[in-house]
Each structure stands twice: as structure tokens, then as C-alpha cells.
Write a protein that binds this ligand. Structure first.
Ligand SMILES: Nc1nc2c(ncn2[C@@H]2O[C@H](COP(=O)(O)OP(=O)(O)OP(=O)(O)O)[C@@H](O)[C@H]2O)c(=O)[nH]1
Ligand SMILES: [Mg+2]
Length: 291
């Protein structure tokens, strides 16, 4: 399980000191904080987090990784696909997280079909907006050609705060952000604009930092904030997708391992805590704005 935090690395770090402070030894307190977070809205038992992004970015794998962390063993239940050209995820689904004590955590993920460059393929950006607004019923099968309309049976006409999304998360891979198609970026921009207009927080998870982006990080993931390459990739995410650097979180999902390790866990839990706190602030603000 646990991993040594300071491995012998042969590649020299670019920054003498990490530019972001990480609590590498505080996995337990991160888990506790996420488990016991006090929801700031009386009608809610779970904060809803929507993941979107290009096909194969690691959206489903991120949810499996969070499940793995809280259960202490690698989870594979949500289908992922290697070298997928077409989105592996086809339907709208919510995923709860349970810990080792069988407690359900106070947040829930929604996974959607991936975005594609081509028009009429991959999820339609209006369907991501439909999800943000809470209009989509569980199990809805995405249709890339035409988004859900208010005439469809899967359309929720009067969504409550519980159905709505409380934090939008863009999932993008570090190893291809700089060459990501403009078609996909444009679709993500449509969604960001709506989220910003609705004052829904928007954060970014940058996956695949382990996929030959930086030799230092390949050797030792805990050096991530001493790598110029990773900082550059995060800057690319910020430039192309809109959110500022403090909203961008690099992670390495469980994609090939058969057991969890503390370094990966802490990176993912840190990202998750920022997401959940943003969602909680959003629901608190929605409470006061309706008074
Ligand atoms: N190296 C590496 N591979 C990853 C990481 N995250 C996901 N993958 C792999 O990337 C592939 C795609 O992951 P998925 O989770 O299926 O991607 P998705 O975003 O859900 O894709 P669609 O549902 O097809 O839109 C799988 O083979 C994953 O194992 C990561 O952090 N590092
Ligand atoms: Mg998927």
C-alpha cells in the first residue's frame, strides 16, 4: 500500500522547492475531511460533480480511481477503454462512493460520453449543458446528432437543486492538451460559458501526468510540483480551457496498477477536496441568493 515519498531520482528537478505545497503524509486527514464534509445546504445529502472532456481523457478512470482510494483496493467496475477512438461511455450515469466502513460519501459523480472534434459525433455540448441544469434522467443514452429536448421522456422538466450540477470538472490528458483539436476546445468553451453564467465552479483535472510527459515525474510522482514540464502543461490547460492555474489539478489515475499507493492517492484526494469544497460553496451561495 504505502509508498516512499522521497525516491532516489536520477533526473534533476527544475525547481528547487515545489511551487505548490502538498500534504504527502496526510492522506488520512484528506480522506476524513472528504468523508465528513458538512454540506452547506439543508436539502442536499450529496454534492453533484459533472466530469466532461475529450474521448479517452480518463473521466471514467478517475471515478474508478476515487472508488479505489476509498475502498483501499483497485476498482474496475466503470468501463474504461484503451485506445478508444469512440467514446466508451454512452449513457448518463451517477456514481456514489463508499468507504471501507460502508459509508456513502457526501458527493456523487456524473460521467458522460466524451467530446469529439467532428460535428455530430461524441456528446453534443448542449447535452453537457442539459446535465448542468439537471434536465437529464439517469440512464439516458446520448445521441451525438441531437441533444435531449424538452419533448423527450428522459427530460426532467422541473429539476431541483439535487438534480443540478454543483461543480463542473473538465478532464484533459497532460500528454495531449497542447495538440487537442480546436473543435473539442470550442465545444468545451460553450459549456464553460454556461457554467460561468450560472456561477457553477469550473475546475480542471489534468490526467496522464505519468504518460511520458516528464522523466522526473515518471521516476517519482511526488516530484510533480518541481517539474517545469508539468507546470507548462497546466499553463496550457489554463490558456486553452479558461480556468486559472489554481483551478487546475494534475493527477495520475490507476490505469495499470493492482494496488493503491499513497502518492497517487494524495494527488487525487487533493484535487477532489478542491472540487468538493467549490461545490459546497456554490450550494451555500445558491441558498442565500434565493432568500
Ligand atoms: N497512463 C495513464 N493512463 C490513463 C490515466 N487515466 C486514464 N488512463 C487510461 O486512458 C484510457 C481511457 O480512459 P477512460 O477512463 O475510459 O476515458 P474516458 O474519458 O472515460 O473516455 P470515454 O468514456 O471513451 O469518453 C484507459 O485505457 C485508461 O486506463 C492516467 O492518469 N494515466
Ligand atoms: Mg468514460
Amino acid at each position: 500500500m504505502g509508498s516512499k515519498q522521497s525516491k532516489q531520482v536520477t533526473t534533476l528537478p527544475d525547481f528547487e522547492k515545489p511551487w505548490r505545497n502538498m500534504k504527502w503524509n496526510e492522506k488520512k486527514s484528506l480522506e476524513d475531511e472528504l468523508t465528513n464534509i458538512h454540506l452547506r445546504h439543508p436539502e442536499l445529502t450529496q454534492l453533484r460533480i459533472l466530469l466532461h472532456g475529450p474521448v479517452g481523457a480518463g473521466k471514467s478512470c478517475f471515478i474508478n480511481s476515487v472508488r479505489s482510494i476509498f475502498s483501499g483496493e483497485i476498482k474496475r467496475n466503470i468501463p474504461e477503454q484503451s485506445n478508444a477512438k469512440k467514446s466508451c461511455t454512452k449513457t448518463y450515469k451517477s456514481y456514489s462512493i463508499t468507504n471501507k466502513r460502508s459509508e456513502t460519501l457526501p458527493f456523487i459523480f456524473n460521467d458522460v460520453m466524451g467530446l469529439e472534434n467532428i460535428e455530430d459525433d461524441g456528446i453534443h455540448p448542449n447535452d453537457i449543458v442539459n446535465a448542468l441544469l439537471g434536465h437529464i434522467k439517469e440512464g439516458y443514452k446520448f445521441n451525438p446528432v441531437s441533444p435531449l429536448s424538452n419533448k423527450d421522456v428522459d427530460f426532467i422538466h422541473e429539476p431541483t437543486l439535487k438534480d443540478k450540477v454543483h461543480c463542473l470538472v473538465s478532464v484533459v490528458p497532460a500528454n495531449s492538451i497542447s495538440r487537442m483539436d480546436n473543435g473539442v476546445i470550442d465545444k468545451m468553451e460553450v459549456v464553460r460559458k454556461r457554467a460561468v453564467g450560472l456561477e457553477i465552479p469550473h475546475l480542471v483535472i489534468m490526467t496522464k501526468v505519468d504518460a511520458n510527459v516528464c522523466p522526473l515525474v515518471n521516476e517519482d510522482l511526488s516530484q510533480i510540483y518541481r517539474s517545469r514540464k508539468i507546470k507548462e502543461k497546466m499553463g496550457n490547460c489554463s490558456d486553452r480551457l479558461g480556468p486559472t492555474m489554481k483551478c487546475i489539478f494534475p493527477v495520475s489515475n490507476y490505469h495499470e496498477e493492482n494496488e493503491t499507493n499513497d502518492t497517487k492517492d494524495v494527488l487525487i484526494l487533493t484535487a477532489l477536496l478542491a472540487i468538493v469544497k467549490s461545490a459546497n460553496e456554490y450550494v451555500e451561495e445558491s441558498l442565500t441568493s434565493h432568500e
